[in-house]
Design a protein. Structure first.
Length: 448
């Protein structure tokens, strides 16, 4: 007991030396340590901005209590997380944006209303509310939160009074990360109403995310917390050579675990639904062996096939390349997952692929950047083909307006978006005399 008290004293105030031995000792004395750690957190909540700036026991405390999965203390941690943002920044710093969700998740005691009330409270920090959303999302993925309850809560926020664009943006990522396909109408409305910061990706990128499943599965919060692993890399601590050598192997394993869980989040941020390999650009020299395996030089084989023709059409090989990230079923279906083919018929998907080829942002190296004329010609070809399919569906089903068509057939792109772009392209060049017909359709069914 005396050793434990000494360890507690050593971490009560800030020190440049990382207290690995003290944290290890506290870690094996869970029951005796918990009262000290709880008192430290309560002291921080009570004193707020008046807390001694060198006091650090509460910071170690929240990580250790999460490590111990102290569920009785969850309401107190929620009280801490609900403090004003400036106060939270003073008390826990970067924990607010990095680790708070995992700390709350590992101490969660079943009181879901505490999370719901805090998320809906505009006085609570946007960052804290976003982390609380992560907790609820993880509970849903763990099947500890009913799907209907989860969707109803998210819809309440989407359709309710404004609670801040940051939260709407977080909800957008949550809808896609949880693959809540029933909420595609809400996803659309968030984008159409301008409530989403597009730094997280455009609407078409979020649709890719919605229907793409990672092999490792999604995680919003870590399944366990280690105070030592979480804290020892902080720049506030001096790092000895011996510590580095001993911890290298552990760090590598920790990084690998995090990468497995966060790979889909990385894809989400950059908008790509395919694998890292699919997105890697490989530069092939003209005189290199052709990658198709023909034995010919690249310039004598597939180079010409990959170049767009004068009328803007692309080879089947090029189309397959740019459709590599299109979220259709790849391999065997897995039970419990919803795929694009479950919600849309083959005709809608084929039309959508044309739009995808025309409008999906292509990540091409600057040195290989295409002339604007080439891009416009290619878009015009794909959008024209899409319009002809669109017109056939509208006539066959007697669809009266864009909204009716969008609700049944649109996937990555809404009618207003792609038909408006087609009009602009046809105003520059209209070889088939289609502009008049497209304008008439837009006037009859929507705007533009």
């Amino acid at each position: 007991m005396e050793e434990l008290q000494k360890a507690i004293e050593n971490i009560t105030y800030y020190s440049r030396k990382f207290p690995k031995e003290e944290l290890e000792l506290i870690g094996v004395n869970r029951d005796e340590a918990i009262p000290y750690l709880r008192d430290a957190v309560e002291k921080a909540v009570k004193e707020k901005d008046d807390l001694d700036e060198n006091y650090s026991l509460h910071l170690y405390g929240i990580f250790l209590l999460a490590q111990f999965q102290d569920r009785e203390f969850f309401p107190n941690l929620m009280e801490l997380a609900s403090l004003p943002e400036d106060t939270l920044d003073f008390l826990i710093g970067d924990v607010l944006t990095e680790d708070l969700g995992s700390i709350l998740y590992n101490t969660y005691n079943g009181e879901i209303d505490l999370l719901k009330q805090a998320i809906k409270n505009k006085e609570v920090s946007d960052y804290a509310r976003s982390q609380m959303l992560d907790v609820m999302g993880q509970l849903y993925l763990d099947q500890k939160l009913d799907k209907q309850e989860w969707q109803d809560f998210l819809r309440e926020i989407v359709h309710g009074k404004s609670i801040g664009d940051y939260i709407y943006t977080a909800i957008t990522s949550m809808i896609c990360g949880c693959h809540l396909t029933d909420m595609i109408p809400e996803l659309r409305s968030l984008y159409l109403d301008g409530q989403v910061d597009e730094y997280i990706g455009r609407y078409d990128e979020k649709v890719d995310r919605m229907f793409t499943y990672g092999k490792a599965g999604e995680r919003f919060c870590t399944s366990s917390v280690s105070a030592i692993k979480s804290l020892r890399g902080w720049p506030m601590y001096e790092k000895s050579a011996s510590d580095s050598v001993n911890e290298d192997e552990e760090d590598a394993a920790s990084i690998e675990d995090k990468l497995d869980g966060k790979l889909d989040s990385i894809r989400d941020l950059f908008g790509g639904a395919g694998s890292v390999e699919q997105r890697r650009v490989v530069k092939i020299g003209r005189n290199d062996p052709c990658p198709c395996g023909s034995g010919k030089k690249y310039k004598q084989c597939c180079l010409k096939k990959s170049e767009p023709s004068a009328d803007g059409t692309e080879s089947k090989q090029e189309q397959e390349k740019w459709l590599a990230t299109y979220p259709t079923i790849d391999g065997e279906r897995e039970e419990g997952r919803v795929y694009l083919e479950d919600l849309y018929d083959s005709e809608s998907i084929e039309l959508d692929k044309l739009l995808y080829l025309a409008l999906k942002h292509r990540r091409i190296p600057l040195r290989s950047k295409e002339p604007e004329l080439v891009v416009a010609r290619r878009k015009r070809v794909y959008l024209t083909d899409a319009y002809k399919k669109f017109a056939a569906i509208v006539e066959r089903e007697q669809i009266q307006n864009f909204s009716e068509y969008d609700s049944k057939h649109s996937i990555h792109y809404l009618c207003d978006e792609w038909l408006g772009e087609l009009v602009d392209l046809l105003e520059e060049e209209d070889r088939d005399g289609l502009l008049k017909d497209v304008r008439a359709t837009c006037k009859k069914m929507g705007t533009k």
